[in-house]
Design a protein around this ligand. Structure first.
Ligand SMILES: *Cc1c(COP(=O)(O)O)cnc(C)c1O
Length: 381
């Protein structure tokens, strides 16, 4: 008898706008109920090969894409542990890029930071100045900083880094699969992401690409550890395998999602995300203007992520109250993160969401905001 499962859901797709984990379509979730498989055999290797073809088209690389049973922070640690010995320059503009620096320090790496205010990206001249000292083995940067909604030009950062013999480690956890990234074309040395962001999959898988040179240099890093050894990942990927037990049930969902992403096309997927970003920003500006409510986009103009928008609220409007008022209308937003927790909310417009679905959510957000603003006005009088 084949197992059958009815996905119990009283809400249609398009109600959960958190910037990770993101909403998963029922047909993808259903894959998790398929019978368990053995992985050291041809059937698994054939599935792995099909998944690889899809992942290469997402990352735009000819290199193998590693699939790990870990949340993305595991692959952040992989980036650090396998990087050539020497100082790491960490570009910090939010909670996740700061985590990258903390991971490096906890792995006993000597770290220097360039810190800019949350909401901003980096002045390339400052980065160039710093790297031109040729003191750094690697630079670590967040492509899409999920705590602020800022997109950083990682292509430019990698170009500068390579000028001075430094390699680029890129956290694209809320980027890849939603925001444009071209691993080979931009010569990125190590890029990683997680399944529960723009890939719109269950949490628990991470994906990474390392350049051939990165893997070669990792062989000389004696203390690179065991679980996240990039040399082992690379060797096993060659054989369509993983060094330790793969999360096969999650990979069923991954294979199905790779098929759908392939049918959409990665460029079209990037465009859909840009359209969702623009719709969100237009909406914020229009609410501020039409209703005279002081809400704003945290990320500076020109560096706004296609996958997540962080919105600052008027003085005295508590994020928790707004999240509850939006939830009462059937939609879930993300709370603010780190130092922006008490002043912002986050809208994750990534994964399989559409502009139309997002507009319905924004409409609900608007009535919620207007209600809270009115209540605030009344209590003031
Ligand atoms: C979510 C996120 C992480 C952490 O990923 P986990 O899967 O929670 O370990 C790291 N960096 C960025 C930019 C993220 O958005």
């Amino acid at each position: 008898m084949t197992a059958r499962l009815t996905i119990m859901s009283d809400t249609p797709f398009g109600t959960f706008f958190v910037p990770g984990p993101t909403e998963i379509r029922p047909e993808i979730l259903e894959q998790l109920t398929r019978p368990v498989m053995v992985h050291r055999n041809k059937a698994f290797e054939a599935m792995f090969a099909r998944i690889e073809a899809g992942l290469r088209d997402v990352f735009l690389t000819a290199r193998p894409v590693y699939v790990g049973a870990t949340s993305a922070t595991g692959f952040m640690e992989m980036a650090v542990r396998n990087a050539p010995h020497g100082k790491i320059l960490c570009l910090v503009n939010g909670g996740f890029s700061e985590r990258f620096a903390l991971v490096a320090e906890s792995c006993n790496r000597s770290v220097e930071r360039i810190v800019v205010p949350w909401g901003e990206t980096f002045d390339l001249n400052v980065v160039d100045d710093k790297l031109s000292s040729r003191q750094f083995a690697a630079v670590a940067v967040a492509h899409s900083e999920t705590s602020t909604g800022v997109l950083t030009d990682v292509r430019a950062i990698a170009e500068i880094a390579h000028r001075y013999g430094t390699i680029a480690l890129v956290d694209s956890v809320s980027g890849a699969g939603g925001a444009e990234i071209t691993v080979d074309g931009w010569s990125l040395d190590f890029v990683f992401t997680g399944s529960q962001k723009a890939f719109a999959l269950p949490a628990g898988l991470s994906f990474a690409v390392a350049s051939a040179e990165f893997v070669e240099r990792a062989k000389k890093v004696a203390d690179r550890g065991f679980y996240f050894d990039v040399v082992q990942y690379d060797k096993f990927a060659e054989k369509n395998q993983t060094p330790s037990t793969p999360a096969t049930s999650l990979m069923y969902a991954l294979e199905a999602q790779m098929g759908d992403i392939g049918r959409e096309g990665i460029e079209r997927r990037w465009e859909r995300h840009l359209a969702m970003r623009d719709a969100t920003i237009d909406w914020v500006q229009s609410v501020a203007k039409r209703r005279g409510i002081d809400i704003d986009v945290v990320a500076t103009e020109g560096s706004r992520s296609p996958t997540v928008t962080v919105i600052s609220l008027p003085n005295g409007m508590a994020p928790r109250e707004l999240l509850d008022a939006v939830l009462a209308r059937g939609y879930t937003l993300g709370s603010g993160y780190g130092q922006l927790r008490e002043t912002t909310v986050r809208i994750g417009h990534m994964g399989d969401h559409t502009v139309d679905g997002l507009r319905r959510c924004l409409h609900a957000c608007e009535t919620a905001i207007a209600e809270l603003a009115e209540r605030r006005r009344l209590t003031r009088v």
